[in-house]
Design a protein around this ligand. Structure first.
Ligand SMILES: [Zn+2]
Length: 140
């Protein structure tokens, strides 16, 4: 019979979404989220794709994203898998390049749509076989 106290040991959900190494672009020495722009129809996609989801074109250019954006919408999650700590906040952020990115948001008092947020990126070393990055948003 499972230990009924096991659910009492809860984890924070991962800090941000896991990205592959290639999902990050470099602007000088600064890592940035990497999107792609279709050279045929100008559709912008994050994470970057090699085929345009709008026109199926294969002429895609790298599009490094800005490190600040505008909060479009957010929600605080209070009910989650038993092993995750709640609450946590998620939402969509509009970046100046015309891309809306979903991610975790550091909760702050007074968080509201149209708030300025910054993109936080860090290397994720919890999978030595496939190192990558994780990102989240925080108040700017
Ligand atoms: Zn296209």
């Amino acid at each position: 019979m499972p230990d009924s106290n096991a659910a009492a040991v809860r984890m924070a959900p991962r800090t941000g979404r896991q990205l592959r190494e290639g999902d990050v672009a470099w602007v000088g020495s600064e890592p940035r989220l990497r999107a792609a722009r279709c050279l045929d129809c100008d559709t912008r996609v994050f994470p970057a794709a090699t085929v345009c989801p709008s026109c199926n074109g294969e002429r895609m250019a790298e599009l490094p994203l800005s490190d600040t954006g505008t909060l479009y919408a957010f929600s605080t999650v209070h009910i989650a898998p038993a092993m995750w700590q709640t609450p946590y906040t998620i939402g969509y952020v509009d970046l100046p390049e015309g891309v809306r990115v979903f991610g975790k948001i550091e909760p702050v008092a007074g968080l509201a749509p149209d708030a300025r947020v910054r993109v936080c990126l860090e290397q994720a070393d919890d999978d030595a076989q496939a190192p990558g990055w994780r990102y989240w948003f925080a108040a700017a």
